[in-house]
Design a protein around this ligand. Structure first.
Ligand SMILES: C[C@H](N)C(=O)N[C@@H](CCC(=O)O)C(=O)O
Ligand SMILES: [Mg+2]
Length: 369
């Protein structure tokens, strides 16, 4: 199976409610879609969102680095050489992890199609269903409580609460949500780098002293502040998870060697795709450190690939935050993995199983417009 061409499209899905974090607010899932065709008529799909505040990547930069650099590593190559192709992508340009992830997702889609099995089976997995948490955006307490009610009525029993923009209000938000939700759901907090180390200890000790048990606390301090993560981990009971501090296997090794965090959040858009995400899982396993598989605010092409990976690596990936598609008003992808409330049902057809995509706008001349 030889790669013939690389094309681009865009896909936009409105959200049920604005997605608000300490870093940004968005109203749509906007993906750059990558379409790779082979000479024998197979088609692989990849995608990537723009998350400049986390990865530094925008749709334009992703498109441009694929067009100018990465596609030249792929065209004319055999898909069976997947490991070498991923190494070539990684070596071709520094950074640009979202662009590499989009390419790898399409490559793994084609590779598993060539084997005639769903991606999770090609990766050695057998579990075909996963359960995800759902994100509650940071907002007024009343709005967050009504979003929690909606999530509970849709069957979610793990809520990922976004906070991190005002310390005292954040403490009140968590206390109000914990009292409101009671035992109906477990709570994860995602501060998205919004506090400093001392504020984190103060906030988490205040929350813990009220008997509130958190499943985990994600990225309380800025990405570079590894000392801060160590300081917090030594002083609070809650488990601390690295997200923005953990892009590469090397960063994860440093975090774990220093005892800075208890859990790692792996995302394809940070690692540069599945091949490097697998390495991160392996590094974490050497420290008996559990991993979450997470996503950006992104649609079901890339999130499906992450779900297939998680299903294949259940020993390393025990926590799932793959709610991007669930936050959208509809899923434009036909034939692939199904997202229904908290339940993710992986396709049983070959690859990612994508038959068609509604509302796809092809980009002429490789320009994001
Ligand atoms: C969507 C997912 N649950 C999530 O919260 N992801 C990120 C933020 C992604 C974004 O801003 O697009 C996270 O910080 O974990
Ligand atoms: Mg996060």
């Amino acid at each position: 199976m030889i790669i013939q061409s690389v094309r681009f499209a865009r896909l936009s899905v409105p959200l049920h409610t604005p997605f608000k974090t300490a870093l940004r607010t968005v109203t749509h899932i906007d993906d750059l879609v990558l379409i790779i065709d082979t000479r024998c008529g197979r088609r692989g799909y990849g995608s990537a969102p723009s998350t400049p505040v986390i990865t530094g990547d925008t749709h334009k930069s992703i498109l441009s680095v694929i067009e100018q650099v990465l596609q030249h590593q792929l065209i004319g190559q055999h898909i069976q050489d997947i490991n070498r192709l991923c190494d070539d992508l990684a070596a071709a340009v520094v950074g640009n992890y979202s662009a590499k992830a989009a390419c790898e997702i399409a490559l793994y889609d084609l590779w598993s199609q060539s084997l005639g099995v769903p991606l999770y089976q090609a990766l050695g997995g057998h579990q075909s269903e996963l359960k995800t948490d759902v994100t509650i955006s940071v907002d007024s307490i009343d709005k967050m409580l009504s979003d929690c009610d909606r999530a509970l009525s849709n069957g979610f029993d793990v809520l990922k609460i976004k906070i991190g923009n005002e310390l005292e209000q954040d403490i009140k938000r968590v206390q109000a949500i914990a009292a409101h939700v009671d035992s109906k759901a477990s709570l994860r907090l995602d501060v998205n780098q919004g506090w400093d180390a001392k504020q984190s200890v103060r906030a988490l000790q205040a929350i813990e002293s009220q008997g509130i048990v958190l499943e985990l606390v994600e990225q309380p301090v800025p990405a570079h502040d590894i000392d801060g993560l160590c300081y917090i981990s030594e002083r609070v009971q809650s488990k601390i998870m690295a997200d923005e501090s953990a892009f590469s296997a090397k960063q994860v090794l440093t975090l774990l060697a220093r005892g800075a965090v208890d859990i790692i959040n792996i995302k394809l858009m940070k690692s540069g795709g599945l091949s490097r995400a697998i390495r991160i899982g392996e590094v974490a396993a050497t420290y008996d450190c559990p991993c979450m598989i997470g996503c950006m605010l992104e649609g079901s092409i890339a999130v499906s690939a992450a779900a297939h990976l998680a299903a294949a690596k259940t020993r390393q990936i025990s926590l799932i935050d793959l709610d991007g598609p669930a936050l959208g008003q509809y899923d434009p992808i036909q034939g692939g993995t199904r997202f229904s409330g908290p339940v993710i049902s992986l396709n049983q057809t070959a690859g990612l199983g994508i038959a068609a995509i509604d509302g796809l706008i092809e980009l002429a001349d490789g320009v994001w417009q």
